[in-house]
Design a protein around this ligand. Structure first.
Ligand code: DAH
Length: 343
C-alpha cells in the first residue's frame, strides 16, 4: 500500500476502534496506538522523506488535517465516557447512608481555660496584654524589686540563656512592660507560658500563668478582694468563699495567698466522714498569689507617687486541675489524645 492510501485508511480504522472503546483506559490505549509519539500516524509521517518531493506538501497537509480531526473524535468520546461514569457513580450514591464522621481538632485545655479566665476579666473591664517568653533579667527580677543576690530569686529555679537573658519564670515582667508602655489608669490580664528548672508530679519545665494588674488612684485591698471574689465564683461556682492569707512577694506589699472554700466538700473538710481529697480535710484550697503593688515597682517604671494598684498571678494548670479533678500536671503536656479529647 502506498503512503497516501495508508494515511487515508487510518481514519476508518480509528472510527471502528472508537466505536468499541468501552472505557477510558481502552480509549487511552487507542489514542497511544494511533496518535502517540510512536503511534501509527507518527510512523507514516516519518516516511515523508521517501515521497516524491512534489507530493510531500499534500501529504503533510493531509496528515495534519487527519491529526486534528482524530484528536477531536477522541475528545468527544472521552467526554461521553466521563459523563457515563459520573451517571453511574450517582446511581450508586445512597443518600440515606449515614455520613462519615470527620476527626475534628480542638483547642488545648490550657488554651480553653486561659480563654475562659481572660473572658471573665474582660467582662470586668481588663485588657489582655502579652510579653515575650525570653526576657531580660531587669524585667523578670530587678524592676520587680528583686535586685541581683536578692534571696527571693531562689524561689524560682531559673533557666538562664546568658547572665542577663532568661526564660521568664513568671508573667509578672509584663506588669513592668505594660506600665512602661502605658500611663495609669490601667487594668490588664496577661496569659502566657512561663519556664522553670524543675520537674516532678506537680512541676513541669513549662507551665502557664495569668497575671493581673490594676493601677489607678485610691485602689485598696478591698478592690482586689472584690475582683478576685467575682472571678473565683465565676470559675468555681457562686457559693465559693474567699480567704486571704498573709504571704510575701517582693513586688507586692502587703502580699496574700488566696484560698477558696473547697468546691468538692463545700468547705466542711469531709465527705461521708472521710477527709475530703481535694482540700485534704482543711476546707480550703490555695488558688493564687496577690497583693498591693509595691511602691518600689512603681518607682522602677517612673509612675507618679499618687497611684496605687493591685496585682495577682495564678497558675492556669492548677486552676484546671482543681476544677476538673486532674491528678497529674504532666498530662497536660504529654499529648495523649485520650486526655485531650475530654475537653
Ligand atoms: N509571680 C508570682 C509567681 O510566679 C505570682 C504572683 C504573686 C504574681 C503575687 C503577682 C502577685 O502579680 O501579686 O510565683
Amino acid at each position: 500500500m502506498d503512503l497516501i492510501s495508508a494515511l487515508e485508511s487510518l481514519e476508518p480504522e480509528l472510527e471502528a476502534g472508537l466505536a468499541q472503546a468501552s472505557s477510558l483506559e481502552k480509549l487511552e490505549e487507542l489514542r497511544i496506538e494511533f496518535l502517540g509519539r510512536k503511534g501509527r500516524l507518527a510512523k507514516l509521517m516519518s516516511q515523508l522523506p521517501s515521497l516524491d518531493p512534489a507530493e510531500r506538501p499534500k501529504f503533510g497537509q493531509r496528515a495534519n488535517e487527519l491529526k486534528e480531526s482524530c484528536n477531536a473524535r477522541f475528545d468527544k468520546v472521552k467526554d461521553s465516557l466521563l459523563a457515563a461514569r459520573e451517571r453511574a457513580s450517582l446511581a450508586r450514591f445512597d443518600s440515606s447512608t449515614p455520613g462519615r464522621k470527620y476527626w475534628q481538632g480542638s483547642l488545648h485545655p490550657d488554651t480553653l481555660i486561659m480563654e475562659e479566665i481572660c473572658a471573665i476579666f474582660e467582662k470586668l473591664g481588663f485588657d489582655i496584654a502579652q510579653g515575650p517568653e525570653v526576657e531580660i533579667d531587669h524585667y523578670n527580677f530587678e524592676a520587680l524589686n528583686m535586685p541581683p543576690e536578692h534571696p527571693a530569686r531562689d524561689m524560682q529555679d531559673t533557666l538562664y540563656i546568658t547572665d542577663n537573658i532568661l526564660l521568664r519564670t513568671h508573667t509578672s515582667p509584663v506588669q513592668v512592660r505594660t506600665m512602661l508602655a502605658r500611663k495609669p489608669p490601667l487594668a490588664v490580664v496577661v496569659p502566657g507560658k512561663v519556664y522553670r528548672r524543675d520537674s516532678d508530679l506537680t512541676h513541669t519545665h513549662m507551665f502557664h500563668q495569668v497575671e493581673g494588674l490594676l493601677v489607678d488612684k485610691n485602689i485598696s485591698m478591698a478592690h482586689l478582694r472584690g475582683i478576685l471574689t467575682v472571678f473565683v465564683r465565676d470559675v468555681f461556682g457562686p457559693s465559693t468563699e474567699v480567704r486571704f492569707r498573709q504571704s510575701f512577694f517582693p513586688f507586692t506589699e502587703p502580699s496574700a495567698e488566696v484560698d477558696i472554700s473547697c468546691f468538692l466538700c463545700g468547705g466542711v473538710g469531709h465527705i461521708d466522714n472521710e477527709p475530703c481529697r481535694v482540700c485534704k480535710g482543711t476546707g480550703w484550697v490555695e488558688v493564687l498569689g496577690c497583693g498591693m503593688v509595691d511602691p518600689a515597682v512603681f518607682e522602677a517604671v517612673n509612675y507618679p507617687k499618687d497611684v496605687s494598684g493591685f496585682a495577682f498571678g495564678l497558675g492556669v494548670e492548677r486552676i484546671a486541675m482543681l476544677k476538673y479533678g486532674i491528678g497529674d500536671l504532666r498530662m497536660f503536656f504529654e499529648n495523649d489524645l485520650r486526655f485531650l479529647q475530654q475537653f
